[in-house]
Design a protein around this ligand. Sequence first.
Ligand SMILES: Nc1ncnc2c1ncn2[C@@H]1O[C@H](COP(=O)(O)OP(=O)(O)OP(=O)(O)O)[C@@H](O)[C@H]1O
Ligand SMILES: Nc1nc2c(ncn2[C@@H]2O[C@H](COP(=O)(O)O)[C@@H](O)[C@H]2O)c(=O)[nH]1
Length: 191
Amino acid sequence: MSKKRGKIIILVSPSGGGKSTMKKRLLEDFEQIHFSVSATTREPREGESDGTDYYFLSRDEFREKVRKGEFLEWEEFYNGTMYGTLRSVVENDLNKGYFILLDIDVLGAKNVKQMYGSDALAIFLSPPSIDVLKERLAARGTEDPYSLRTRLKRAEKEMAYSDQFDTKIINDDLEEAYSKVRETVSTFINS
Ligand SMILES: Nc1ncnc2c1ncn2[C@@H]1O[C@H](COP(=O)(O)OP(=O)(O)OP(=O)(O)O)[C@@H](O)[C@H]1O
Ligand SMILES: Nc1nc2c(ncn2[C@@H]2O[C@H](COP(=O)(O)O)[C@@H](O)[C@H]2O)c(=O)[nH]1
């Protein structure tokens, strides 16, 4: 008998909203969830590795994949950095019956939701405020001043979309927020 097709779980937020933090916890708690490794043209951060965090590509390599239609969705951010969800990564796992977890931005999430409808759950992680988001992003220590400024500017616009997804969870106290994320995901998986 063929296996039931899987579904998509999208964690969406402005940069620094807590997607990676929640993703890590979900992957520890649910063995039926696989992470969709995106492609990007940005440089790896300390501790990131190719094929686990991202597929790190040159701009030419990325453009070639765009040309061949290999992305389900892709975007060019501030400073020209490109990010994209690989169609093959998502479809292979869905066909194997896995729930596939996407950590993507607002526009990417809207596109994927439009494509997959009720086969996708999109959770918007909202920071308690832009000031807290700024503190968290700065404390993470991964962004130079230009990147920090552009991410925050983009975040202000992205917050306007916070009510357009299946659920919005305020990421204030981490344990409280994760417990809501876990519950929402568990209900979706078992529905
Ligand atoms: N509830 C929380 N309380 C305090 N710090 C938090 C909380 N959630 C996340 N953080 C911290 O905030 C920073 C940003 O979180 P994280 O890296 O998970 O965000 P992100 O949405 O994945 O960001 P990006 O989109 O830039 O990849 C991290 O240093 C993380 O440890
Ligand atoms: N539309 C897409 N957005 C993506 C994808 N992969 C990651 N992202 C988003 O980019 C920003 C910045 O990420 P960072 O790793 O440089 O901090 C963040 O909001 C990610 O969610 C993707 O494939 N498509």
